[in-house]
Ligand binder design. Structure first.
Ligand SMILES: [Zn+2]
Length: 435
């Protein structure tokens, strides 16, 4: 498949530099030399011939195997030029990453250019409130409530210090609402599950909420249900920012709703799914970072699926890099129909988004044909809701599917601090589904 993407002038020279440096000077990539067709081949062909980098590869080569020869990681850690950061969670491989704050900030600044509200409002010293799980960012304090000044760091205010949002009290949510009013953030950066929970509370109790200039969603896949709940409270632009700890900022949603590649800071290789599993426009992405001398991340499998924009252009006029119509969700959130066809989180979310009166959901596929749907709902007519939900899932997964609907008071995040919206209780090897 040929796409007519345009890239900034330096994109190919940066791609080439990173590849050459990695296979020649960075230990983790030395074994890749045997895959390299050589310098007389175009850089895209050389990248395509290389394997993917996994979290396990990062862990096995950490830290010296991920920086070029001559870079002394220990000395840079001592001088504070770099730091370390860990990602964890029982459903995922626990990995420590090299953290280069200067590079991270520069990657974020470049991503702002891809959304006109962000480029106008984000100055780099604008006040920003963050509603996230403190396991991901901020300060953890589960037993004691931290006062506002203990949740500040430079221009940021962290609105939440609790690791399980299912335990949020109404006092805590009232505190968040009043702190937004006091702090008046220009940008509110939010984990969508947490923001949706605050919005449900504010809407139900008719609380007025301060309106920031822009809401930036990150950390998780935002569902259509989340957006419905945001819109009951916020009448401001919302942009989804896609990235990972390893790769920095990779895609930013523009004001027209499409996603643009942060191509000054990363290369993205797209691998389509087989057509019977949703390809060729839906597929996996492998991300290579640019400009970070302290961490060489090449063809990193971020384990997300994306939907390439089929028109290949956007009404906003930005035409530099890959354009997506959607991020389809985590690979770990993909499920299978009874016939074995891959269903992305986005497809599941489309199917369930027509349900009324649902606060939260989580789908678990137990086996080839058994699906448990966990629902949080205030609706009194549960038997009707159960019937509606079962019908939607049977349509998506097949007539043979056995659907159980289980009602919960609230859902809690995984150990990683992030919510799982869908998962299989068995392993799916995504390589089998790629074209
Ligand atoms: Zn656009």
């Amino acid at each position: 498949m040929l796409f007519n993407w345009e890239f900034p002038p330096r994109y190919y020279s940066q791609s080439l530099d990173v590849l050459e440096t990695s296979i020649n000077q960075v230990t983790a990539y030395h074994p890749w030399r045997t895959c390299d067709p050589g310098r007389d081949h175009p850089v895209d062909v050389r990248y395509t011939a290389m394997p993917a980098l996994t979290k396990i590869n990062i862990r096995d080569n950490f830290p010296d195997g991920l920086v070029p020869a001559g870079h002394d990681v220990r000395r840079a850690l001592e001088s504070g030029e770099i730091g370390l950061t860990s990602t964890s969670g029982s459903s995922d491989v626990s990995v420590t990453n090299i953290w280069n704050q200067e590079w991270w900030d520069a990657s974020e600044r470049a991503s702002w250019k891809l959304n006109s509200y962000a480029s106008k409002l984000a100055t780099g010293n604008h006040p920003e409130a963050i509603l996230a799980n403190p396991l991901n960012v901020g300060f953890v304090s589960d037993n004691l409530d931290l006062p506002m000044d203990k949740r500040r760091a430079s221009r940021f205010l962290f609105l939440n210090e609790k690791t399980d949002p299912a335990t949020w009290s109404s006092e805590l949510m009232d505190r968040m609402i009043s702190e937004l009013e006091i702090f008046k953030p220009v940008i509110l950066e939010a984990n969508p599950s947490l923001l949706a929970k605050l919005c449900r509370y504010a809407a139900e109790h008719k609380r007025e909420v301060f309106q920031p200039g822009l809401i930036v969603l990150t950390y998780e896949y935002p569902t259509k249900l989340h957006y419905k709940q945001f819109r009951k409270v916020f009448d401001v632009p919302i942009a989804n920012s896609y990235g990972t700890t390893e790769t920095g900022y990779v895609f930013m949603q523009c004001e027209e709703g499409k996603f643009h590649q942060n191509s000054e800071f990363c290369r993205v290789d797209f691998q389509p799914l087989k057509s019977e599993h949703g390809g060729p426009f839906v597929g996996r992405i492998l991300v290579t970072t640019f400009n970070n001398p302290w961490y060489y991340i090449v063809r990193f499998d971020v384990r997300d699926l994306v939907h390439i924009d089929e028109e290949g252009k956007c009404p906003c006029g930005r035409n530099s890099g890959i354009i997506l119509s959607a991020v389809e969700g985590r690979i770990i959130s993909a499920t299978l129909t009874c016939e074995g066809k891959l269903v992305t989180l986005s497809e599941l979310d489309d199917a369930l988004s027509v349900l009324d009166g649902v606060d939260e959901y989580r789908l678990e596929q137990l086996s080839g044909k058994a699906y448990d749907l966990h629902l949080v709902s205030q609706r009194p007519d549960r038997s009707i809701l159960t019937e509606e939900a079962s019908k939607l899932l049977k349509k998506l997964y097949g007539k043979e599917s056995k659907v159980s609907v289980i009602y919960e008071d609230a859902l809690s995040p995984e150990d990683s601090g992030k919510y799982s919206v869908a998962k299989t209780l068995f392993h799916i090897n995504i390589e089998k589904y790629l074209d």
